[in-house]
Ligand binder design. Structure first.
Ligand code: GAP
Length: 538
């Protein structure tokens, strides 16, 4: 069962070192996140799997790592300076700044035809502030999403040092088209892949790492002869969908959505979004667009672009003339993909059933809690979610027990403490949280434990097995800080596919217990063969 609520993923991420709120010791910075020790491994594995699939395993692709800061003219001719914006309105009464097009859609029930129609509705007092209901709204103005910075030691006060933090990695590929073509002696069709940071001053960031102001993209620009674009587009839609499926995303949680004519950018022939069923609903994971010859033409010297010093084009030997290739662009987010893999892998599994008296005790403390919060307005949301969980638990489904405990984890109120204590015991004894991550994505591939930490021979052998695995390129850890059952749980929760226990039999016959995360099945395996067998499974 994938996570049904984003809070479960946020809580696990923070508790187990996947993702932390950024600069938290100073109160944080809204919707900005730091990847912790396990998160950076997971995200790196996602990026590695992408790179391997779209660059190393193909004959028609090259890689690139362009600079984040580029000449401002890149953003002028790409169209971002003029059009990469959201229309915002200010409420003069409560000072809220909502997106004017969202207000229009929500209140008129249809898309506006343009900013002029939004402003006509504002002037006619037909639109209300979604926060306070006032109709005293300012004219909608475009709010550019690009972050500005100044290049050079002196801020001259004019725009001479103005640069932008790139809002997408794609333009770095377009402006390098001739460089890659010439140095790699490529023939069409071929593509260029790039992974890197992008920055957008999003008006409404949120949903954890789904929409942030600083994020990472994994983009491909695939260049083809005009006329071959539609087949190439379909090839990439299929290829990219398969990539997510191969890495374990459930088919029912992944879908392709054809963008409507109204949604398409004016230069785009067709665009298909790959969407994942995040806890907040189906949302974009990756967009795959047929951008025609728009981008290479826009950056080529010509009547519309006197600033470029080159023409970005290709000499077609068959036709004996220069052509401007068409571009297919599969554009994915590394953070969104990582979040989707986390949500899809997340599961809370019952392992055994609590005794009837234990369940009765839990129900009693939840009821006491609920009766207590009746009087306390502040706890209404918590009460609602606790009631929902209590209902599930009452019907014997204890999978939400972790969320129940989490909901009251920081509270010292007596009724909260009781829920926490009773809930924790049931959680620890009868459930396990597990990330069924594809082993290739798991931050840690194998964990090695000695059955007893005060038995030097077991410790020594366990440590040497960990070293062997590490030397064979298998990311492994050693742990002896708890009973074996507890250590298994810890590793399940972070998605480690294999646990290895060294016991007394190991000293006699060189075999260890190899435990599988998903089936919890155990087998004896020769420790000298572990590295090869785990590497094979990865
Ligand atoms: N070059 C095309 C382009 O940038 P996009 O749909 O704006 O297209 C592509 O972005 C992908 O980048 C999205 O599908 C998403 O995965 C990711 N992305 C975009 N904005 C994001 C944000 N604010 N936070 C996290 N990921 C984002």
């Amino acid at each position: 069962m994938p996570a049904s609520a984003l809070e479960q993923i946020v809580s696990l991420s923070k508790r187990r070192g996947f993702v932390f709120p950024s600069s938290a010791i100073y109160g944080g910075l809204g919707s900005t996140w730091d990847y912790g020790p396990l998160g950076v491994e997971l995200k790196n594995n996602v990026k590695r799997a992408w790179w391997r699939s779209v660059v190393h395993e193909r004959d028609d692709m090259e890689g690139l790592d362009a600079a984040i800061l580029m000449n401002r003219l890149v953003w002028k001719y790409s169209g971002h300076e003029a059009t990469f914006s959201d229309p915002m309105t200010d409420c003069r009464t409560c000072k809220a700044r909502p997106r004017a097009d969202h207000v229009f859609v929500a209140q008129k029930g249809r898309d506006p035809k343009g900013i002029a129609e939004i402003n006509a509705a504002i002037a006619a007092k037909e639109l209300k502030c979604p926060k306070c209901g006032s109709t005293d709204l300012t004219e909608a103005r475009p709010f550019n999403l690009m972050f500005k910075t100044t290049v050079g030691a002196v801020d001259t006060g004019d725009d001479s040092g103005l640069a932008y933090l790139r809002p997408e990695t794609a333009q770095g590929i377009f402006v390098n088209f001739n460089n890659v073509l010439d140095t790699m002696r490529r023939k069409l069709p071929f593509g260029v892949a790039q992974i890197g940071k992008a920055f957008r001053n999003e008006i409404t960031p949120g949903n954890f790492t789904f929409r942030t102001r600083e994020f990472e993209q994994m983009e491909i620009e695939y260049f083809v002869k005009p006329g071959e674009d539609e087949a190439a587009h379909q090839m990439w839609i299929d290829t990219r969908s398969q990539w997510y499926a191969d890495l374990g995303l459930r088919p029912e949680n992944l879908r392709q959505r054809e963008q409507t004519k109204d949604e398409l950018a004016h230069y785009s022939k067709r665009c298909v979004d790959l969407e994942y069923k995040f806890p907040m609903g189906f949302s974009e994971l990756e967009g795959i667009a047929n951008r025609g010859d728009y981008d290479l033409s826009a950056h080529s010297r010509g009547p519309n672009n006197p600033d470029s010093v080159v023409e970005l084009r290709y000499f077609d030997q068959e036709q004996k003339k220069h052509i401007v290739p068409y571009v297919i662009e599969p554009s994915a987010g590394a953070d969104r993909a990582t979040l989707a893999f986390l949500c899809d892998a997340y599961d809370v599994e019952p392992v055994g059933s609590p005794k009837p008296e234990e369940l009765e005790k839990l129900k009693a403390v939840v009821q006491a809690f609920v009766a207590n919060v009746e009087k306390n307005e502040k706890d209404v949301a918590l009460k609602e979610s606790l009631l929902g969980m209590a209902k599930e638990i009452g019907s014997g489904d204890i999978r939400s027990i972790g969320a129940l405990v989490d909901a009251v984890k920081d509270s010292e109120k007596p009724t909260h403490k009781q829920v926490r204590m009773v809930g924790q015991t049931i959680e620890e004894n009868y459930t396990r949280t597990v990330l069924h991550l594809h082993p290739r994505l798991s931050p840690i591939k194998a964990a090695v434990f000695p059955l007893k930490k005060n038995e030097p021979r077991l410790v020594e052998l366990a440590r040497s097995i960990k070293k062997e695995l590490q030397a064979a390129g298998v990311r492994a850890v050693y742990d002896d800080t708890g009973a074996i059952g507890k250590l298994y749980r810890r590793q399940d929760e972070i998605g480690t596919p294999f646990c290895i226990t060294v016991d007394f039999q190991s000293l006699e016959d060189g075999t260890v217990t190899l435990r599988d995360r998903d089936t919890m099945g155990q087998e004896r395996a020769k420790h000298g063969e572990l590295a090869a067998s785990i590497a094979r499974k990865l």
